[in-house]
Write a protein that binds this ligand. Structure first.
Ligand code: ADP
Length: 396
């Protein structure tokens, strides 16, 4: 069975074609700058050279057509007939409270996704465009939607409600949803395997990338997560501020003369590591600047470590103990110094850190010492494979 996994952004589209007989990637690629000047498709067949195709790509429909043509191409293609694509799995950001699991895409599902655009005005429309484009260019192929919020739908009201008037929750579905769910699900499942699939387990998963979130996972179910109504809540991120005293927002709006869009931009795009350091939103740049004596970069680094530690502490308390901690995503998989800084402060929980094992990037590895009361793992995330697995299960 061959499954195409699509991750559509407003001006980009990432894809991977999986052969689900052995879960291997047959080809992958990226369409950039859809609807903009200089649009480009980069396609890479497994084991082959990258091919770059610069051409006008005015919309997602043309992007899908180009992807299918690249997959079928005589030279760098990997299939002979479009019919070889058995199903398409779509990454979809917001499933609200409706989609507690991945599901087959029907007209009713798309209609509900359209209704949810109100909750995710930036993130859901590109997903819907991707689905429409597939209906047009690969007609008849079964499709599955995999939602970033689904895995967190097991939280109870005490965890997902905010301390706001209850009527606002009823009126606007104003509550914590959480994001990165497909990643937290993938790495927590793998972690449970590594623990020997015990019936009971308490795991804290740390997805640390450009956007970062933690989840507390008890017996395979999320009980709390750090992102909220939007992906802004929680940790200090690349350009997002994370947790704030909410009174700062009206204060700044008055002082700086900002309207709602202005304050939204400030806290989403100009804050976080970038805003504090003034250097960059990228952790590698911040680490380099801090090494070279940049004080604000050092403060940004320390803030990042502090917020991760704060959430690990909070989740260890909510879980009433912890069996394992998992690091994943760009910083979690590659940030050797960052992991060390975090783990050295977790001895109170019973983490015995193994610096030698930690000295590696992008690989699955246990970075706690044998016998450590709390085990710590680096597990590379693979959201695309998770989407392909869900798609396979739902179409079979
Ligand atoms: P996204 O959320 O965009 O998917 P990623 O998961 O790819 O982001 O993570 C990007 C982050 O990972 C960036 O801050 C980058 O600096 C960081 N990163 C990548 N490699 C390293 C490394 N070797 N050391 C520290 N941070 C790294």
């Amino acid at each position: 069975m061959k499954i195409l996994v699509l991750n559509c952004g407003s001006s980009s589209l990432k894809y991977q074609l999986f052969n689900m007989d052995d879960e291997s990637v047959m080809a992958k690629g990226l369409v950039e700058k859809i609807g903009l000047p200089d649009s480009l498709l980069t396609h890479q067949p497994a084991g082959g050279e990258k091919v770059k195709i610069a051409t006008e790509i005015p919309n997602h429909s043309v992007a899908i057509e180009l992807v299918v043509n690249a997959l079928l191409d005589e030279k760098h293609g990997v299939i002979r007939d479009m019919k070889e694509i058995d199903a398409v799995g779509h990454r979809t950001v917001h499933g609200g409270t409706t989609f507690t699991q991945s599901c087959r895409i029907t007209d009713a599902v798309v209609a509900e996704m359209e209704r949810l655009v109100e909750l995710a005005p930036l993130h859901n429309p590109p997903g819907i465009l991707g689905i429409r484009a597939c209906e047009e260019k690969i007609p008849g192929v079964p499709m599955v939607g995999v939602f970033d919020t689904s895995f967190h739908q097991t939280m109870d009201a005490a965890h997902y409600l905010y301390g706001l008037p209850y009527e606002l929750f009823e009126k606007y579905q104003l509550r914590k949803y959480g994001f990165h769910g497909t990643s937290h699900r993938f790495v927590s499942m793998r972690c449970r395997e590594l623990l020997g699939n015990p019936a009971e387990s308490k795991i804290i998963t740390c997805h640390l990338g450009n956007g970062s979130s933690l989840a507390a996972v008890k017996d395979g179910k999320v009980i709390d997560t750090s992102m909220g109504f939007t992906p802004l809540e929680g940790l200090v991120m690349g350009t997002r501020c994370g947790d704030l005293d909410p009174a700062i927002l009206p204060y700044l709006m008055r002082k700086e003369g900002l309207d709602a869009d202005g304050i939204d931009k400030l806290i989403n795009k100009k804050s976080g590591l970038l805003g504090v350091s003034g250097v960059s939103s990228d952790m590698r740049d911040i680490e380099d600047a801090a090494k070279n004596g940049n004080e604000r970069a050092q403060i940004a680094l320390d803030m990042f470590v502090k917020t991760v530690l704060r959430y690990i502490g909070a989740y260890a308390a909510e879980l009433n103990g912890v069996d394992a901690i998992v690091f994943t995503a760009g910083i979690g998989e590659n940030g050797i110094a960052m992991r060390e800084n975090i783990c050295r402060n977790l001895s109170y929980l019973g983490v015995e850190f193994d610096a030698k094992a930690n000295d590696c990037r992008g690989k699955e590895v246990e970075i706690s010492k044998p016998g450590s009361k709390v085990r710590v793992f680096v597990i590379p995330t693979n959201e695309e494979l998770m989407i392909a697995r869900d798609t396979k299960e739902l179409v079979q």
